[in-house]
Design a protein around this ligand. Structure first.
Ligand code: FAD
Length: 221
């Protein structure tokens, strides 16, 4: 049976696309390499991703995850063809907790959108890739993105305290860490100036999910 037809039966018509414009739009990133996938799946939930990976792993069909498609190294190019898995419809900010400075987000949230949302609650999410208006938290975690602020505050990994991931065999695993890895050492003067709530941390849901746990516990030491 044709791949798109099988996937429509498995996941529903609404999240499957195989028309030429959509395939072309999901064949590359900002690098020069490109290859068209056979089908694009726009997952809307962890369950969609898990069902897709179970099918693809059984049928031995390559799957390439994709966020904003704003990478510079061809990471989301479906080099083996097969299925492009877009996480752009998993774009909800599920929770931003002021008290513990933890956000729970889905992977397709734009980085700039998360930054604005936490700022509205008087929190601060430091990672600032120049592409932040177009790239996603999922892509940031996969590439460990940083920006000018990384010199002082660290990169994406320093703000991830938990992930929910879907393995290739379709198992869903959630891992939570007590503290994020430490950002680069700061001069003592800057440490003293840091407020207890100078940053928020993420917990994101789905194929890439992160918890960002309280950095204030770390700063209090
Ligand atoms: C103009 C411009 C400026 C940039 N500036 C910076 C910068 O300052 N700092 C920096 O670090 N980078 C920068 N980048 C590179 C890029 O924006 C980052 O790598 C960003 O993290 C990519 O995110 P994305 O959502 O576009 O991911 P994509 O390009 O879609 O994917 C990148 C990689 O992540 C994987 N991936 C994406 N989402 C998921 C998911 N949910 N689960 C599993 N894997 C996933 C893909 O398979 C791929 O391997 C820049 C790029 C451009 C074009």
């Amino acid at each position: 049976m044709e791949l798109a037809l099988e996937l429509r039966k498995l996941l529903g018509d609404e999240i499957i696309a195989d028309d030429p414009e959509v395939l072309a739009a999901h064949s590359g990133d900002k690098w020069f390499a490109a290859r068209q996938p056979e089908v694009v799946v726009f997952a809307k939930s962890t369950n969609d991703v898990s069902k897709l990976l179970q099918f693809a792993s059984r049928e031995k069909i390559p799957v390439t995850a994709r966020g904003g498609g704003f990478g510079y190294v061809g990471g989301c190019v479906p080099a083996q063809g097969g299925i492009a898995l877009s996480l752009m419809r998993m774009n909800r900010i599920k929770e931003i907790g002021f008290a513990d400075a933890v956000a729970i987000v889905e992977p397709g949230v734009f980085t700039a959108e998360l930054k604005a949302a936490v700022r509205a609650q008087k929190l601060f999410y430091p990672p600032d890739p120049a592409s932040m208006k177009d790239c996603t938290i999922g892509g940031n975690v996969a590439t460990n993105a940083g920006g000018p602020r990384c010199l002082k505050y660290g990169v994406t990994r320093n703000y991830v305290i938990g992930l929910e991931v879907v393995l290739a065999n379709s198992d869903v695993r959630a891992r939570h860490y007590l503290l994020p890895s430490l950002p680069p050492a700061k001069p003592l003067k800057q440490c003293r100036r840091s407020s207890r709530r100078d940053s928020s941390h993420l917990h994101w849901r789905s194929p890439i999910i992160s918890h960002w746990k309280r950095r204030d516990a770390m700063l209090a030491k």
